[in-house]
Design a protein around this ligand. Structure first.
Ligand code: 6R9
Length: 626
């Protein structure tokens, strides 16, 4: 079987045009494409286009085309936060009606093709309806994770000029209420461009509605038709924007297209998970991350699968919740993050063993490197040694899986194994020279693939500069990797200033900018540190303004400040007050040294002779937090 995978992979590289035009048949086209990839990563001629003359509608591909053959199949199962509450189920036919109604409401409220619609929602079925409704009318959705602050939300809306936002009164998570509408009210004070707020009633919690701006979804939907013809879209028309953190500057709006992205989501879903109808597929991600886009909504629905959407958290109200949900809905494939596994592992094997899990056929992970210990626990305890694990490496930018096992690929704990069809990974040294054989280096991708991002919203130059300038002619992933003698890849983690906190990307620059906004802070430097559950934690070095007293109250105030400025996931795990930061004579902060101190690797600080003031380091080592 692996041989046929190898042969197919080789063909995808040798005959990309015929390979990808054949694969395009997976989708339902209004106008079938006659061209596959047309791209160049060279600066003079930089462009990336796939299936350029194809025309399709993503929502019709995810819904309408299944109606004749499986209209009564369950498309979405929704498991509520409260285990006592009733799950909801929507057949493809019901999904069609819900999405059409939602689309008609958007139209009636003036949303047009090409408009950017922000989605700031809890994990309720309406979140999926909202995405598909945007796709149906050709509006570009920009989902902002419900855990982000008003500031972060306003910044993202302003960046893509989004005047329309879809939200809910509140969300529910782990028995707590999350205010969402209130956050939008606050965001509207920061970004005055918010013209309309469509509010889904989820909890019935009290909210204030501003006449003329705020609309209840259930009221607007009352009179609209449950039929809405899908808008024909060019393959290269944007489907969505999703903001993600990079090593510099503010988060960038990663743009994905209608044709190439959907094909990638659909093909990777079908292949990596070997999906067989009528199995239940469960991806535990939030819809606010790319994993939720590709493997809760677009991939599964494009394949006519049954996708489970979970409102809650894996370990509430008991550490067995995740396994109880598996049993309750007879989940065949569970796709989750190593950080979730590590925190569940801490609870011991009993909560797992108290459940059956006999429906599981396949286990998947994503978001960060999985440590072999967690891999073995997942395999031996959760999967009872029966189910293979697919450790899928990919990024917001890649749209879907890039290096991953298939269900029958022989695996090694901790390795994402082999490249997907059409993916040509290379390892480069720091000077851009290709390294061959068993080796370790910067992971780059040497050719375009259909699911790759097409741009940074509103900043073409930043797209090229971020991904194609360091190593000319290839896509730079920002990750390091090792390749072993079998050609298997082992992702070693980010090589840039991005911290991977519980599988979520956090730019050090973002946290630093939030810290220096505080009136007591003169300067801040942020690095990653090892964390046994989150994978990486956030370690902040803070220099205070003169005359300000460093103490625990201020430390707490700074952590709360960042939490409020960006969101809970950005909260520093450690704050060290530093009278000075290690800088070169030209004033550059030496992060390498700060990282080593945060990691506790004091003996390995390396050469500090180029520092303007080497004594600074002694103080940092002495006052290390942790
Ligand atoms: C899908 C997603 C991307 C970064 C990526 C890498 C890390 C993701 C991984 C993995 C090792 C895996 N990453 N999957 N590292 N093994 N299986 O997570 O997208 O949020 O953009 O993060 O996550 O460092 O560069 P995104």
């Amino acid at each position: 079987m692996t041989d046929s995978r190898g042969a197919q992979h080789q063909r995808s590289l040798d005959e990309p045009d015929s390979f990808w035009l054949e694969q395009a048949d997976r989708l339902d086209w209004i106008e079938t494409p006659t061209r596959a990839g047309d791209w160049s990563f060279e600066e003079q001629d930089f462009h990336i286009r796939w299936f350029e003359d194809g025309v399709l509608n993503v929502s019709a591909n995810c819904i309408d085309r299944h109606l004749a053959s499986r209209g009564d199949t369950i498309a979405i199962i929704w498991e509520p936060d409260d285990p006592q509450a009733e799950p909801l189920r929507f057949t493809y036919r019901e999904l069609h009606a819900e999405v059409c109604r939602f689309a008609n409401v958007l139209k009636a409220e003036g949303v047009k093709k090409g408009d950017r619609v922000t989605v700031y929602m809890p994990m309720i079925p309406e979140a999926a309806f909202a995405l598909l409704a945007c796709a149906r009318i050709g509006a570009i959705h920009s989902v902002v994770f419900g855990g982000f602050s008003a500031d972060a939300l306003a910044g993202r809306m302003a960046d893509c000029g989004s005047a329309f936002v879809i939200t809910a009164d509140e969300g529910r998570r782990g028995g707590k209420r999350v205010p969402l509408k209130a956050c939008i009210d606050e965001a509207a004070g920061i970004f005055p461009g918010i013209e309309k707020v469509l509010v889904v009633r989820a909890t019935g919690g009290a909210v204030t509605m501003q006449p003329g701006r705020d609309i209840w979804y259930h009221e607007a939907a009352a009179g609209v038709s449950a039929d809405c013809p899908p808008e024909p879209m060019k393959a290269e028309d944007p489907l969505f924007i999703l903001y993600t953190s990079g090593s510099t500057g503010k988060p960038k709006g990663v743009v994905h297209t209608s044709g190439g992205y959907l094909l990638w989501a659909s093909l990777t879903f079908a292949t990596t998970f070997g999906y067989r109808a009528p199995e239940v597929f469960w991806c535990t991600a939030d819809i606010g991350w790319v994993t939720g886009h590709s493997y809760i909504v677009y991939g599964p629905l494009a394949c006519g699968a049954t996708t489970l959407m979970f409102e809650g958290v894996p370990n509430w109200p008991t550490p067995a919740r995740i396994w109880q949900v598996v049993d309750r809905h007879r989940v065949a494939t569970l796709y989750t993050a190593p950080t979730a596994l590590r925190s569940l592992m801490k609870e011991g094997d009993d909560p797992v063993k108290a459940t059956s899990r006999d429906s599981l056929r396949l286990l998947g992970t994503v978001g960060e490197p999985i440590n072999p210990e967690a891999w073995r626990w997942y395999h031996d305890v959760v999967g009872d040694g029966r189910s293979p694990i697919v450790d899928t490496w990919w990024q917001t930018e890649t749209g879907g899986h890039m290096i991953t096992p298939f269900p029958d690929t022989p695996t090694k704990p901790g390795s994402a194994t082999l490249p997907f069809y059409g993916v040509e990974p290379r390892l480069l040294d720091g000077d851009g020279h290709e390294l061959h054989g068993a080796t370790e280096g910067n992971l780059v991708i040497a050719r375009a693939w259909p699911g790759m991002m097409r741009g940074v919203w509103g900043d073409e130059q930043r797209f090229f500069d971020t991904y194609f300038r360091t190593f000319p002619g290839v896509y730079t992933t920002g990750d390091g990797a090792r390749r072993d003698e079998d050609g298997y890849y082992w992702i070693t983690g980010r090589v840039d200033d991005v911290i991977n906190v519980s599988g979520h990307r956090m730019g050090t620059a973002e946290v630093e900018s939030a810290l220096v906004l505080h009136h007591d802070v003169a300067e801040a430097a942020v690095v990653g540190m090892p964390h046994d559950v989150k994978g990486q934690g956030i370690y902040a070095y803070v220099t205070l303004n003169s005359g300000i007293e460093p103490n625990d109250a201020l430390r707490k105030a700074l952590r709360d400040w960042v939490r409020r400025e960006i969101g809970p996931i950005a909260t520093p795990d450690a704050v060290q007050f530093a009278p000075g930061l290690p800088k070169t004579r030209s004033g550059k902060i030496m992060r390498r040294i700060l990282r080593k101190i945060a990691e506790g690797e004091i003996a390995a600080l390396g050469d500090t002779s180029t520092l303007a003031d080497p004594a600074v380091v002694d103080d940092l080592v002495k006052n290390r937090v942790g």
